[in-house]
Design a protein around this ligand. Sequence first.
Ligand code: GLU
Ligand code: ZN
Length: 297
Amino acid sequence: MATPSVGRFAPSPTGPLHFGSLLAALASYLDARARGGQWLVRMEDIDPPREMPGAAATILRQLEQHGLEWDGDVLFQSTRFAAYEAVIDQLLASGQAYCCSCSRQRIQSLGGVYDGHCRHRNMTRQGNGVRLMVPPATTIEFDDLFQGSQQQDLNRDQGDFVIHRRDGLPAYQLAVSVDDAFQGISHVIRGSDLLDSTGRQIFLLNTLGRKVPVYGHIPVALNAGGQKLSKQNLAPSLDTRDPADNLRTALLWLGVAREGDLAGLSVAQMLHWAVSQWDATQVPRHPGTAAPGVYQH
Ligand code: GLU
Ligand code: ZN
């Protein structure tokens, strides 16, 4: 029997959903449902300084308003600190990770690629970060569902990378990989702003002896000025007065529907139809603006 497929949407509660995050949620939902699989929601709430109070609840309500119903309970990463700590301990004990006291300024002066300075300094964890050792010639290859074949050279791109931050928090790369494995995620569908992280996540999963999911990165939506829609660029929160209209725009943007296909359909009808139409080869590979009909294939 084939293993059931499991997809997920993993927002950080740094603000309400904007159009770009709706696209990621919708694409992962459609992909999972079209495979007859489960779709999970994981709240990545392990970075208190970046969080906005109330955003987690707002995001869940916005998903519901758009008919995006998840399976089971939402997994809050803030309940998972012990699991992250256990993995960090294991990697330190096996000598695959080490403590690092280097400052952000030092890493910047190296052009962002770590030079292994602390590898053999045998420091304690107190006040230090933890880095995962990247052996020479670590090149990760994978076939992205939407972006095609990818190759990432971890030595050239960042070297040994942080799995636990100096401020005492687990790093995104570690938490996301540990939880994708924990939740049995088979398909990670998300925005292409995370494409560069994928090599590190595959390397981590390989190091932990865990199964590597299939990855698919949808292009990031741009605003009318050609800037990426993100909280940093102050992308407006989704206007939820007309969820059907948002879904229609998102389905056009994802190449699932064409103008006219969705006239008069309710949110539930639109999703039902879109699941039957989902075709990864129709998703545009390059960034497009949020306005339908103007993106490039
Ligand atoms: N929590 C991350 C974010 O909102 C996404 C994690 C992921 O999809 O892998 O940027
Ligand atoms: Zn260091």
